[in-house]
Design a protein around this ligand. Sequence first.
Ligand SMILES: Cc1cc2nc3c(=O)[nH]c(=O)nc-3n(C[C@H](O)[C@H](O)[C@H](O)COP(=O)(O)OP(=O)(O)OC[C@H]3O[C@@H](n4cnc5c(N)ncnc54)[C@H](O)[C@@H]3O)c2cc1C
Length: 390
Amino acid sequence: MPTWQNWSGRLTSKPEQLSFIYSEEQAAALALASTKAGQSLRAVGAGHSHKELVVDGDVIADLQALSGVISMDAQRLTAWVAGGTKIFALGAALHRHGLALPNQGDIDQQSISGATATGTHGTGTSLQNLSSRVIGARIALASGEIVECSPSHNSELWQASRLHLGAFGLVVALQLQCVASYRLQEQIQKLPLNAALDDLDDLVTNNRHCEFFWYPQSDIANLKTINPTDAAAQYPLAGEGERCGWNFEVLPNHRPHLHTEMEYSVRASQGPECMRAIQSLLNDTFTDVRWPVEYRTLAADDVWLSTAYQRDTVTISVHQDVNLPDGDYYRACEEIFLDFDGRPHWGKANYLTGEQLAKQHARWDDWWRVRDGVDPKGTFLNPYMRSIRP
Ligand SMILES: Cc1cc2nc3c(=O)[nH]c(=O)nc-3n(C[C@H](O)[C@H](O)[C@H](O)COP(=O)(O)OP(=O)(O)OC[C@H]3O[C@@H](n4cnc5c(N)ncnc54)[C@H](O)[C@@H]3O)c2cc1C
């Protein structure tokens, strides 16, 4: 039996089969064979999720060989990309044709389908998550059919599967709405956390990207701002906090230290208050936690299961070393996040039931109805997904 583990090593699985996918036809055949055998099938991207999204099924499909830009429309600024493409492989390839992702997360190691599966995002009050960039998809369904969906064709499937949680089928290609290439200048400053929180409205409004990390037991926030620039890219690239270059050179960071993470999205207007509550929890109760708290912003969108669905958002992430217990800390944080009507990041730790998730997501039943329509036997559900099913 093969063994699979996620990035942090916290989640492991022994599927009956680990299948490497090299073509769309192979993806479709595997989906059909799994359905006929009554096996559960889950795809893996880069395995960077902290939640039990990939584990404990019968078959894991690794799509990273389905990689690269398939086609581009430089006028409409759109691109079809293969489902397993890593985000780091997209930047230069899109840029050669004048295209760019409008935003991306802290790292660029995720696959594009894995990132859109969970609503992966960066920071910026005017910038939405990656799922919102999906304007078309090709999915190998449980029936063995490869279906294409977009706002004008199979539109409900497109709506639901922009944030898909791996539950609709094997995503073999995505069409992304990009923007024109742009260069960015990055800056980091250290300032007292209270000063950062007091000035936050201005900071997040006046910078394209703004975020901070606060290190518990210190008063200091590391505040990063990133803005468009006409200046030429400076090579070799400077270190984090001083880079000037193309978007895909400046936005991603190196985050090698293995950790677990919980992240919740709260209303933008309540971000500072929620942050202060987490700060008090760390100062008063969890005084041994050394890992930072990250504060970012995210624009509202219309993606059915997005944590920013119809509301401008602040995301607050808490971390812990992978070798240290995190349960008591995360549960205490979750209580605070829920007091603020927070919605959990789909790829990170949370302890919510399906009933709780249903209350947070207005399109929950629609999402499941569309999903069940293309996978009535539940081929693409693993134990976690079954546990939250209505
Ligand atoms: C160091 C680190 C930094 C991170 N930074 C950020 C950040 O800045 N912002 C943020 O929002 N999140 C961040 N995350 C979380 C991460 O972006 C998400 O968990 C993301 O979903 C991981 O992508 P992946 O390719 O590793 O997908 P996986 O974790 O492998 O899979 C995620 C889901 O996608 C499904 N899936 C993957 N590929 C396919 C496919 N081809 N077809 C169908 N289903 C598929 C899987 O079944 C699963 O349900 C970070 C995680 C780590 C470990």
